[in-house]
Design a protein around this ligand. Structure first.
Ligand SMILES: [Zn+2]
Length: 255
């Protein structure tokens, strides 16, 4: 639905009394009567465009704002996992629901952190019985990232991380193989801390020493806190075949 559709209103369907006068004047009056499809307020052709009400605003937000869409998705998952409601929910149902405001705000947070695998994150919050007021806590998201990194396969981790390198290359016009040589260290630290850059790639790329040389001591210490090197050392030792494949893929990319 686009914004034009949102302006769409339905003509009031007041039934004309068959016995009453059915003159052309009466018909003209009836067809110019417009009702807001959301709040039922009666409007005229002049006031309909400027008309605004809570539901109409929310429907507009649901169509146009990314964070509200994320909040809606999160709510759908919450309904299934916590409220055990499986019936499909429409935009209008959500706009009318008492959860709209809180989940839209949560969507803003999800958008800010660029949440990875929203459904998994919702499952993580629900499984651990984390109360809603703590969902916005960055510490919780960091725990989730560690959990996510540990359970995802090497293949998934490499695929999604290579996409980041690819988009960096497109934005900068620099070749993918020069990622660790030229990427901004502050930006890279954000990628690691927000979980968008997987340890599978970080620890197995040959050219990673290039960025390590460029990072400040503070940046290096922040990164170590996020990636848990001891955990990964053990994991790689137990999955030597996967490590060999990942190294080969990265070598082909020149990374
Ligand atoms: Zn209205």
């Amino acid at each position: 639905m686009n914004s034009q559709d949102l302006l769409e209103t339905r003509v009031s369907k007041k039934k004309m009394n068959k016995t009453s006068s059915n003159s052309s004047t009466e018909n003209a009056k009836s067809s110019s009567k417009i009702t807001c499809q959301f709040c039922e307020k009666e409007l005229t052709e002049k006031t309909v465009v400027k008309h605004s009400c809570r539901l109409k605003t929310r429907m507009f937000e649901l169509e146009n704002f990314h964070h509200v869409k994320l909040g809606f998705q999160a709510h759908i998952k919450y309904r299934k996992l916590v409220l055990l409601k499986f019936k499909e929910m429409t935009h209008l149902d959500f706009a009318k629901s008492s959860y709209y405001k809180s989940f839209s705000e949560f969507g803003k947070y999800l958008d800010d952190i660029q949440v990875i695998n929203l459904d998994d994150f919702m499952g993580f919050l629900v499984d651990r019985k984390i109360p809603f007021k703590k969902w916005h806590n960055p510490m919780i998201y960091e725990h989730y990232l560690k959990f996510l990194h540990k359970k995802e396969t090497a293949e998934d981790a490499v695929v999604r991380t290579l996409k980041i390198i690819e988009s960096w290359s497109l934005q900068t016009g620099l070749p993918q193989k020069s990622f660790f040589h030229h990427v901004d260290t502050g930006y890279f630290l954000i990628l690691v801390r927000t979980g968008r850059f997987s340890p599978w790639v970080f620890f197995n790329a040959e050219s990673v020493s290039e960025i390590m040389r460029r990072m400040t001591d503070e940046e290096l210490s922040l990164m170590t806190q996020s990636v848990e090197p001891t955990y990964w050392e053990l994991k790689f030792a137990e999955n030597r075949n996967d490590v060999a494949i990942v190294k080969e893929v990265l070598r082909q990319y020149g990374i």
